[in-house]
Structure formats: C-alpha cells, structure tokens
Design a protein around this ligand. Sequence first.
Ligand code: LLP
Length: 438
Amino acid sequence: YGTSKINNEGHLTIGGVDTVTLANEYGTPLYVYDVKDIRNKAREFQQAFEYHQVNYQVAYAGKAFSCIAMIELADELGLSLDVCSGGELFTALQAGFPVERIHFHGNNKTPDEIEMAVKENIGCIVVDNFTELSWLMNMTESMNTDMDVLIRITPGVEAHTHDYISTGQEDSKFGFDLNSGQAKKAITMILTHTHLNLKGVHSHIGSQIFKAEGFEEAVKAIYQSLAQWKQELDYYPEVLNLGGGFGIRYGVNDHPLPLHEYIDKMVLAAKAESAKLNMPVPEIWIEPGRALVGEAGTTLYRIGSRKDIPDLRTYISVDGGMTDNIRPALYQAEYEAIIANKADHKKTEVVSIAGKCCESGDMLIWDLSLPPALQGDFLAVSSTGAYGYSMANNYNRILRPAVVFVEDGEHTCVIDRESFQDLTRRERSYSRLNTRKN
Ligand code: LLP
C-alpha cells in the first residue's frame, strides 16, 4: 500500500520511516498516514477530470478523517471540502481553509450550524430537507445575505454496499425524493427566494462502492428529473455533485477500480445526457473521503496477551480495538495486518486479533496468518485511514491514539495522544454528594 516497504531489518516502513521507530517514539496504538499516498489519490481524481476537459471540484469529505493538518493538506492539494457538522466546519476554519470552497452537508443541520455557515459565508449549503430550508430562508433574509445552495436528492439508485452506508435508495433519511414531487417543490421554493441561489443538484449513493455503473445510473436518474425541471421550472443546474463512495482495498477480497474509471463513467454519462437535453455539461463535483485517505492510513498496535484454546482458536490481543477502529464491530469490515517488526518472516500460524475492550464483539481481524507473534511485537493494520480516527471513542475510558504524518523519511505528530487528564477535564463532582469534600 502507498509507499510501504520492508527495510533491511525486516521492518515495515511507511513514507521512508521505520514503523518500529514510530511506535517506539509515539507509543501505540498509533495512526500513521502516508502523505504521499493522499497526494497521489487527489492527483488521480483531478487528472481524470482534466482528461475529460470538464469543469470540476474534488471536495474532500472531511468525515473520513478531519483534523487541522489534514484540512491544510486538502487545501494545498487544491481540494474543496465537504463538512457535515459545526465541529467539522470549525476545524476547517481553524485550519484556515478557504471558506468559498467549503460545502455543508447533513440531514439535521441545527439553526446554530446554519447560522455559522451563513455568517462565515461558506461556498454552499447542501439543502437536505424542508425544515432546514425554511430556517435557511429566514436566516438569509434576516441577515440580508445571499447563499448558494445545492439540493440533495435521492436518485433511487441502490449502491451495492453495506446497508448502513448505502444512502441513494428512496427509503433514506437523506435528501428529497424524486418521485413524490418534493424535490420539485423544494426547487421552486429556492428559485423564488431572493437570497438563495440554486447552484445545483447533489446526490450521494453510498460508500465503498466497487461498480462505476452506480454513478452512471445516478446520472441517468437525475437527468430524468432535470429534463422535467427544465421544462416545467425552466431550471437547469450549474453544478452536478455526485457525492463520494469510491471503494478502496482493505484486503484481498476487495477489487477497487482505478479511480479514473468512476470519473470516466460519470462524466461520459453527464455529457451524453446533457447533449440529449441540448444543454451544457454542468460542473461536476465529487466528494471522496475514503478513497483519498483510507489506504494512506495504517494503525500500529502493540501485541499483548495471547490465549490459546487448543484445537479451536488463538486470540492475540492488541492495545486498541473498537475504540480506534469500530468498523469491524459495526460493519463486519475486514482488515489485513502484518507484524511490523517481522515483515519478512514466514507466516506460520493463524490467529484472531482481539481488541482490549470489555466486549466479545471487539475483534479486529478473524483468522489472520502471521509469523509467531510475541508479546511486544507491533501489529500493523492497513487501510485504516478513513473512518478510523474520525469514529474513535473513549469506550472503557481508553485514550484516543496519536496521529502521525510521514513523508520522504520525515514524521510529524499532527494529533497528540489523549491523556488520562483529558478524560476527566470537563467533569465535575455532583454537588449534592457529601462523601467527597475538599
Ligand atoms: N458525501 C456524502 C454526502 C456522504 O454522506 C459521504 C459519506 C461522503 C461524501 C464520503 O463517502 P466516502 O467517499 O468516504 O465513501 N462510517 C462508514 C462510512 C460512512 C459514510 C458516510 N457518508 C464506514 O466506515 O464505512
């Protein structure tokens, strides 16, 4: 993956840095990001669009992994940014990300969040439902400011992925459905509002998608409505945002397409459909999260206890688990791993990797082939860059790990490990108790 290699000592290196050095210096668990890999993925997307000579924006979906350094990197790479909460927006502002390239998503943006977005004058708000639309109308009116919006629609396309991360089907909490006329009603409301400018249409069909046809189908479904809106409302979008969801490789069973194939399919479909309507090709926007950062991330753990159940299974436990990677527990996601300090050793046993939480479901990997794993060895789990840190939690009061960026043989800590003090920093005693006085 990325710029991973094995050095003379048989250690895994990432971005030219020995992972054993990293684990010793920063402690474990540790998220290590191969910055070069993120740069390459961003360029791949951008070049795919350039090839087709269409106007485009590649927006990084910050939910995959958001922190100041990551947002700064996204800026440097010329990406736009999709945020989906006040917290993500705040992080982007702290990082100095250009507001005009920020897009705001979410199925329940609060009035405070909408106000923050309007006040900061961000690039656009992706309107998801009538509730927020009415808030947005009132707010822009009372603040006497204009706002560009996209309207999120559910194109009725089923992405063949895990149910929890599939979003394009009609029965979804996100967006306006096309069949009932709700999207049309929302569009009319926006078009007739003085302070809102309907810049375009948004759809996101799901996540970890391996078939480019899903995007093609979405484009076709959207254009059926566009044809109708053009005729009935005299509306045609300047922007077509087709969301994210491009699949990545977690393990041997995953066969992601080269990124350009997704773009080829969606752009060609948009060109063909626009031509049928005799209209220009809208600017095409996408919002990859996982595809930009997923494979760039590796988590390093220290191996602790071992439990052999004769003729049944060997459990090898590591010093993290569902607190830093909830995906196996939540989506039955599968990962691959090696022993970072024995990267060149022969795999001689099959073990299962357990996390340290008090929960039987806290298993990271079942039936993994490894060289003999000893207490103190470092386990490197690959492709943990997306929805790892961003979904990390403090269950069992376990500390969130540190995050390190590596590139060209250099390493920088971009998020410190949490401390025990962090755990209780915002807590107070209950004043009605008299057992603990001081
Ligand atoms: N745009 C929108 C509107 C989204 O809802 C999402 C993801 C993305 C873009 C980025 O999707 P990506 O390119 O990363 O697949 N926690 C789950 C994934 C949830 C995705 C939510 N929305 C997981 O760990 O698989």
